[in-house]
Design a protein around this ligand. Structure first.
Ligand SMILES: Nc1ncnc2c1ncn2[C@@H]1O[C@H](COP(=O)(O)OP(=O)(O)OP(=O)(O)O)[C@@H](O)[C@H]1O
Ligand SMILES: [Mg+2]
Length: 300
């Protein structure tokens, strides 16, 4: 079955004078899951999302949401947080969302559900200005969810948050993705995209240099090919290693997968300590950064 696309762009471009912020972007985003737009500062992520949300006028190219031409009803199917959330500081979360519900023409009875969804229900009567940065960001997500959109667009939702706040937002994004909504998330953090997203695209200087599945391109495992004169003893010793994930026995070599963080040096010295005479030891899969650099290299 052909995939259903929630968004397609064709030659989408934006110039600011002589700056090519986005260069002829051809993106196709499938329905469902969390899509990561990964790129360093200034690579054109916000400009791209701005065009898709109708706040930035493209210089060239086009895009289609839900395989339809642009219409007002379409916009209601998209929830977004582009800029810093704008709430009234002296009002509590509940009242702020009542105002948003009025503007969006959404029934008020959605408010409790979205506050619960983002874990702010207990704190709903506290003033917005007393909220932590992470709570403010979660309220912004609640607000974007009010009209029950099919797509949620988030621009760097974990920027400026502490590790706990980052973990909370990432979990929330994954949970919203699991609810069947499609999420488009811009991030400059490789590990964020790897942890949160199912599919991703890499932008560099406004150009799309790669599109793929996170599972295919980034696996957290360290995979090593090992051979020894005594194969039986080798598998025995490897099986006893605390970070071993799996072991595949070949004719002459075994393929061992280890948890991320394990290094070749560690594996080598572990086997040496166990008196295994190696005839072969080679890295098959690389760590996250190495895998990323490989993708970037290939695109050159
Ligand atoms: N309103 C504007 N006027 C002029 N140049 C702009 C404007 N907005 C963006 N740019 C330029 O376009 C390029 C892409 O910027 P953009 O904000 O889209 O990048 P980004 O990937 O979102 O970066 P960041 O990770 O820092 O948020 C940059 O060179 C930026 O300076
Ligand atoms: Mg940006």
């Amino acid at each position: 079955m052909a995939p259903e696309y929630i968004l397609e762009t064709t030659g989408l471009s934006k110039n600011y004078g002589r700056i090519h912020a986005v260069r002829s972007l051809d993106l196709a985003i499938e329905k469902g899951g969390v899509f990561g737009l990964l790129g360093p500062n200034g690579s054109g992520k916000t400009t791209t999302l701005g065009m898709l949300l109708g706040v930035t006028v493209p210089s060239a190219g086009s895009f289609r949401w839900f395989s339809e031409d642009d219409s007002a009803s379409q916009r209601r199917r998209i929830g977004a947080i582009l800029e810093k959330p704008n709430f009234y500081p002296h009002l509590n979360a509940w009242k702020n969302l009542v105002l948003v519900a009025m503007i969006k023409g959404v029934p008020r009875d959605r408010i409790s559900a979205v506050l619960e969804r983002v874990g702010l229900y207990e704190r709903r009567f506290d003033k917005f200005r007393t909220y932590s940065l992470g709570m403010k960001q979660r309220l912004a997500i609640a607000s974007a969810l009010l009209a029950d959109p099919e797509v949620l667009v988030l621009d760097e939702p974990t920027n400026g948050l502490d590790p706990q706040g980052i973990a909370d937002i990432r979990r929330l994004v994954r949970e919203i993705g699991d609810m069947g909504k499609t999420i488009i998330l811009a991030s400059h953090l490789l590990d964020e995209v790897q942890k949160v997203c199912t599919r991703f695209a890499i932008l560099r200087r406004g150009e799309l240099i790669h599109q793929g599945r996170v599972d295919d391109d980034f696996s957290e495992k360290i995979v090593v090919e090992i051979a020894s004169v005594n194969g039986e003893r080798l598998t025995e010793v490897l099986s006893a290693h605390g970070s071993l994930l799996s072991l595949e026995k070949g004719e002459e070599r075994v393929i061992a997968s280890f948890k991320q963080g394990v290094t070749m040096e560690e594996i080598g010295s572990y086997l040496f300590e166990q008196r295994i005479a190696l005839t072969h030891l080679a890295l098959v899969k690389k760590n996250l950064e190495e895998q990323f650099l490989e993708i970037v290299e290939k695109s050159k």
